[in-house]
Every structure is written in C-alpha cells, then in structure tokens.
Design a protein around this ligand. Structure first.
Ligand code: PLP
Length: 380
C-alpha cells in the first residue's frame, strides 16, 4: 500500500454527511446545490446520449467543446486561447489537477500551497513526489503577503497551486495579490497551477481575474475550470485546462494515461451551455447571492458573526466570537444536538489549523436554509 493514501483519514465530508444522515440533520456540509441545474443543458446531454456519439471522443476533448471554452473565456475574461493547442477537456477539475501535478513535478520538487486548501491537493502533490511548502492564510481577510511567499518559495519551487476564488474562505484574489504571486513565479521560475473552478460564482462588485491573464504569466500558468461549478452540475465532472502549447503538451501526456477521455455526451451539453447568454450567468450569481444574503441575515439575527463571502457556495461563521475553541467539536455538537451539518475549517489545514471558523454551504433552497436557521435558533 502506498503510504500517502494508506495514512489518509476518512474525509471530513464523508464523516459529516454520515452524521447528518444518522441525526436527520439539514446538511449544509458538502458543497453541492439543491438546484438540479439548467434544464436545457441537461436536455442536450440526454439528446446526445440517445442520438449522439457514445464511443471514445478525441483525447483532447470534442473540438466543439474546446472551441466553446475558447469563445467563453474570450467573451468573459478577454483571454484568447488557441482551442487546438491550448485547451484540453478532463474528467473534472480534479483530474486536471492530478494530471498537472504528475506532469509538472519531479520527485523532490517543491510545491507551494495555501492553507486552507481543498482536500485533494496535498495527497496528489505527495503522491506525485512533491514536497509541500505551506503558506498559512487566516481570517478575516485570508490574504498572503510578500513575507509569506518569501518564506515558502525556494530555488526548488516547481509549482505553486492557487485556488481562486478560494474554497472554503470565500475570498476572491485582488489584482495586486495576483501580481505579487506572479513576481515570485518569475523570480523562482515556477509554474502556477490555478484552480479556478469557482470563477463564475463571485458576488457584489468582485471580479474574478485569471492568473494566466496577468503580465508574465501566459507561458507559466495552468488554468483549471469545471463545468460542474459553472452549471451547478457537480456530478458531471467535466473540466477544462488551458495552458501555453509547450506546457499543454506535457499535460496531455499525463491525461492520456489517467482517463484519456471524458463522456462525449456531457461534453456536447457543456459546449452548448458555455455559449449561453450573459443573462444566464448573471441570474445564476444573483440566485446564489440571494441565498447567501438570506442565510447571512438569519445568522446575524441570531447574534452569530458571519465572515464576508465574496464568492463560492460557502459562508463562514466565526465561532471564536462565541468563545468556542474547537471547530471540530462544535460541528459534532451542532449536527448531533441541533441537527445542522457544517464543516470545520480546520479540516482544510495540514498544520497550525484555524479552529475558530465553520463552513456552511448556502447553495440550497430557501426552505432548506430556513429549516437550518430554525434549528440554530434553539441555540448553538
Ligand atoms: C477548489 C476546488 N477544486 C476542485 C473541485 C472539484 O472539481 P471537479 O468536481 O470538477 O473535479 C472543487 C469542488 O468542490 C473545489 O472546491
């Protein structure tokens, strides 16, 4: 057995979902929406299963989807990608990240990661032979600065893995922070692997800025996106990777021996969906923002302290303000005694965890959010 996986504990998402079932709790733990996703996109997939091509699609992805990804990013972010040489379709962002780490890292290379981090990152880095260098972000702003990067980067830094917008913190990186990171990538000749699955789920006046579009980053960034998050269809696992041709050739070699392809019918539907009118994306964001605001208002009325949420499906509660010392204990109590499941943010840290914050997924119907609030009103 490989030690990286043999030593992994059961994921917190599984633990909390099991407790949620046992205690008939309102599950605001795992990050998936109640909404079934746009019907026209789902119909396209169904039609493609019945009347379309169901054999192996091209390894790099259906040409129509690669063109749709290029058109989508040109329209929404003003970046021009060559669909032939710079775009590849993967089975979710997770496969894209795994493949990129396998393709880019040699055993002993260092990888800079930001805590709190998505649970897949560290095992994937380690299994690829990378040595993690962790930057610790903390509330309420969750920002990195020059001193933190200076302490983490070295001549052996091959990759820096950035998640922006950041799950679970719910922040969107500013242009200044991205440019600071870009300076370090240039100084240490590192590649930025940028997990941007939440790129469309940003609120208020925040704008998502892809790192690949910042000066000097075009040739040294791997941009990862996910249709699952764009269309609230998290089970679809259709991801997109964009990178300059020389980097893409390496990524394609890893992809060909991991999954090789991604279901063609889902690719057809995603190609259709990416071309949807701007109003769809505006409405999607407005819907999530309304849920965020409803839940924020409810929690605030109960006297609870909510941290700002600029993007993603997640709202964080500052339980330090309640005198609570341990987020994991708090979440256990919450699910067992109040019947509401949340995720302790300490689970997103490898060391020196922040233990004063718990994460709720607000991408739920009003009825679900109200049911959770009603239960929380009995005391936390
Ligand atoms: C930061 C981040 N990266 C990657 C993923 C997984 O994306 P996919 O389902 O496309 O593999 C998620 C899902 O929650 C996520 O939050």
């Amino acid at each position: 057995m490989n030690a990286v996986f043999a030593n992994l504990p059961t994921s917190i998402f599984e633990v909390m979902s099991r407790l949620a079932r046992e205690h008939r709790a309102v599950n605001l733990g795992q990050g998936f929406p109640d909404d079934p996703g746009p019907e026209d996109v789902r119909r396209k997939a169904a039609e493609a299963v019945i009347s379309g091509w169901n054999q192996y699609p091209p390894m790099m992805g259906l040409p129509e989807l690669r063109q749709a990804v290029a058109a989508h990013y040109a329209h929404h972010h003003g970046i021009v990608f060559d669909p032939e040489a710079e775009i590849m379709i993967t089975s979710g962002a997770t496969e894209a990240l795994a493949g990129a780490l396998l393709a880019l890292i040699e055993p002993g290379d260092e990888v800079v990661l930001f805590q709190p981090m998505y649970d897949a990152y560290l095992p994937l880095v380690r299994r690829a032979g990378g040595e993690a260098r962790l930057v610790r972000l903390s509330p309420p702003h969750w920002r990195f600065d020059e001193a933190m990067l200076r302490a983490a980067f070295s001549r052996r830094t091959r990759v820096v893995l950035l998640n922006n917008p950041l799950n679970p913190a719910g922040i969107v990186c500013s242009a200044d922070d991205l440019d600071l990171l870009a300076r370090f990538c240039a100084e240490f000749d590192s590649v930025a692997l940028c997990d941007e699955v939440w790129e469309h789920v940003v609120f208020d006046n925040h704008r998502h800025l892809p790192l690949i579009s910042r000066p000097g980053m075009r040739e040294r960034t791997v941009k990862v996106g996910s249709a699952g998050k764009i269309f609230s269809l998290t089970g679809w696992k259709v991801g997109f990777v964009c990178a300059a041709p020389a980097v893409m050739r390496m990524l394609a070699k890893a992809h060909q021996f991991i999954t090789f392809t991604t279901p063609p019918n889902l690719q057809v539907a995603v190609a259709y969906g990416l071309g949807k009118e701007d109003a769809y994306f505006t409405r999607m964001r407005a819907g999530f923002a309304a849920s965020r605001d409803r839940f924020t208002r409810g929690l605030s009325r109960l006297g609870l302290k909510v941290l700002p949420c600029e993007g993603t499906y997640f709202l964080n509660l500052d339980i330090g303000a309640l005198g609570e010392k341990d987020d994991a204990d708090f979440c256990q109590r919450l699910v067992k005694e109040r019947g509401v499941a949340a995720i302790p943010v300490s689970a997103f840290y490898e060391d020196a965890p922040v233990k004063s914050v718990v994460r709720f997924c607000f991408a739920k119907t009003d009825a679900t959010l109200d049911a959770a609030l009603e239960r929380l009103a009995k005391g936390v």
